[in-house]
Design a protein around this ligand. Structure first.
Ligand code: ZN
Ligand code: ZN
Length: 208
């Protein structure tokens, strides 16, 4: 099995959606490579110009991750310049990071499909598939239903923590007894609905 398998496996024992966690780190790491190519290879920069740059979601990722301030400046000066010469620019938007992720998803689906038992056995108490990835990741219906069952179980655990958190938060005297799991719970719920990792992600070491 390749590195992706081990990186993914680790995330399945942790709280939150493993796909969201994987995606966040994967995107940040991919940006380093992309910006290196944009700066050093004019042909690839031309391609990005035709693609209309990054989508809105990923521009935010670019802003947060800041793979290279100089690289970003060069690339976006180029796009701004194109836009100033052509008021209809960009006509289309084919975000390069969306494309890379699309390709990567097939890889993840294959691994999950082949080694589902491993992932199932390591599934954590607060591990779930978010609203987005329950639909985006295509798996056989039997795996899918197991996955939904495990997700449901974790969401119930999170709900218990959240209820307890609210109660303790309400009573000043009990605030000291709030556990890490309880204070994590409201963040986990937001991630479930957001379909993205909002907390600081764990570091995975894979490249593309
Ligand atoms: Zn997710
Ligand atoms: Zn995108």
């Amino acid at each position: 099995m390749d590195k992706t398998y081990y990186d993914l496996l680790e995330l399945f024992s942790e709280s939150g959606c493993p796909i969201c966690s994987y995606k966040k780190t994967f995107e940040e790491q991919s940006l380093d490579g992309l910006f290196y190519e944009f700066v050093t290879d004019p042909e690839i920069r031309q391609k990005l110009r035709n693609q209309g740059g990054f989508c809105q979601d990923h521009l935010r990722r670019v802003f947060d991750a800041r793979p290279s301030i100089l690289g970003i400046s060069i690339v976006y000066e180029d796009l701004l310049n194109t836009s100033l010469k052509n008021e209809n620019y960009p006509v289309i938007n084919h975000c390069p990071l969306c494309q890379i992720w699309k390709d990567k998803i097939h890889h993840l689906e294959n691994i999950l499909q082949k080694r589902w038992k491993d992932f199932k056995s390591i599934w954590g108490e607060y591990t779930f598939f978010c609203t987005v990835h329950q639909n985006e990741i295509k798996l056989t219906s039997s795996i899918r239903s197991e996955l939904q069952e495990l997700t449901l179980k974790s969401l119930k655990n999170i709900d218990e923590n959240l209820k307890s958190f609210i109660q303790k938060f309400d009573y000043q005297a009990k605030k000291d007894t709030i556990t890490i799991e309880e204070s994590n719970s409201w963040q986990e719920v937001l991630e479930f609905f957001a379909g993205q990792r909002l907390r600081k992600s764990h570091h995975i070491h894979s490249r593309k």
